[in-house]
Design a protein. Structure first.
Length: 68
């Protein structure tokens, strides 16, 4: 009996990518939006979100706010 069932691999959301990229910085660090965009695009080359949308998500995540 094969106990290891196939686990569906979920693609990370854009928010996951932003959070992961931000996690590389410490509190008080200066975060370059260009460096963040490069890190996000590198982590998921298939990400089709615009730079403007990604910057919006980066800023919201960096200041700890979410859209509601």
């Amino acid at each position: 009996m094969n106990v290891a069932a196939e686990v569906p691999v979920m693609d990370p959301t854009v928010q996951d990518l932003v959070s992961s990229a931000l996690s590389k910085f410490r509190a008080g660090d200066t975060v370059s939006t260009r460096a963040m965009l490069v890190a996000i695009r590198h982590a998921d080359p298939s990400c089709e979100d615009s730079d403007d949308h990604l910057v919006e998500l980066i800023v919201m995540a960096a200041v700890g706010k979410t859209m509601g």
